[in-house]
Design a protein around this ligand. Structure first.
Ligand SMILES: O=C(O)C(=O)C[C@H](O)[C@H](O)COP(=O)(O)O
Length: 207
C-alpha cells in the first residue's frame, strides 16, 4: 500500500477523529471503549499529558480502536509514540526532520499546515495529506475552500475550533476527508454521553 493509501485508510475509517487529552491513565480504556461503541474507531491521543504514552498503550488494547499520537513535535516524540503502540502520527506543524523520521519508520504521518507555503513544503517532501490547523482561526471554511481549489490532489483533516454543530459543513468540502476535534470528550468523563456524541459524529458523512 502506498503512503497516501495508508493515510487515506486512517482518514476515512471514520469521518471524525477525536483529539484526546487524557490526564488519568485509568480513564484510557473506558474512554476508548465509549468512543468505539459510538462508532468512532480512529483515536488521536495528544502527547500533552505526562501519561499520554501509557494512554496510547492502554487504548491500543481496545478491540476495534486504531490509536495514533497527536502533538508529536520531534523525531524523539515520534519514536516514543511508536514504542507505545501508536499506529499513526499527527503533528500541529510540519518539519523536515519529522517527515523524514515518519518515512523512515514507514508510519502514516499527518502534519499540520496553516497556509499555501506549508502545503508546498509538504508536497516537496512527498506529502499530500495534511491536518489544517488551527482550522477556524486560520480562516475557516473560506480558507480551506481557497486552498482546495489551488491544491487539487491534496486532502485535509481540519482541526481546531470545529464543533458537533459545524463538523458537517467542513465535511461537505470535497477536499476534506475527515475532521478532528476535542468536543467528543469535553467536560467530565461520562461514558454514555461520550458514546452519544460519538454516534452523532459517526453519522456524519464526508462528500
Ligand atoms: O494538540 C494538538 O496537536 C492539537 O491538535 C491541538 C488541539 O487539541 C486540537 O486543535 C483540538 O482542537 P479543539 O477541537 O478546538 O479543541
Amino acid at each position: 500500500m502506498s503512503d497516501t493509501a495508508k493515510l487515506d485508510a486512517v482518514m476515512t475509517r471514520s469521518t471524525v477523529i477525536p483529539v484526546l487529552v487524557v490526564k488519568d491513565v485509568a480513564q484510557a480504556r473506558p474512554l476508548a471503549e465509549a468512543l468505539v461503541a459510538g462508532g468512532l474507531t480512529t483515536l488521536e491521543v495528544t502527547l500533552r499529558t505526562p501519561c499520554a504514552l501509557e494512554v496510547i498503550a492502554e487504548m491500543s488494547k481496545v478491540e476495534g480502536a486504531l490509536v495514533g499520537a497527536g502533538t508529536v513535535l520531534s523525531p524523539k516524540d515520534l519514536e516514543a509514540s511508536l514504542k507505545a503502540g501508536a499506529e499513526f502520527i499527527v503533528s500541529p506543524g510540519l518539519t523536515e526532520s519529522l517527515a523524514k523520521s515518519a518515512a523512515e519508520h514507514d508510519v502514516p504521518f499527518l502534519p499540520g499546515v496553516a497556509n499555501a507555503g506549508d502545503i508546498m513544503r509538504g508536497l516537496d517532501l512527498g506529502l499530500t495529506r495534511f491536518k489544517f490547523f488551527p482550522a477556524v482561526t486560520n480562516g475557516g471554511l473560506p480558507a480551506i475552500k481557497a486552498m482546495s481549489s489551488v491544491f487539487g490532489a491534496v486532502r485535509f483533516c481540519p482541526t481546531g475550533g470545529i464543533t458537533e454543530a459545524t463538523a458537517q459543513e467542513w465535511l461537505s468540502v470535497p477536499s476534506v476527508s475527515c475532521v478532528g476535534g476535542s468536543w467528543l470528550t469535553a467536560g467530565e468523563f461520562d461514558a454514555a454521553e461520550v458514546t452519544r456524541r460519538a454516534k452523532a459524529a459517526s453519522a456524519l458523512k464526508a462528500s
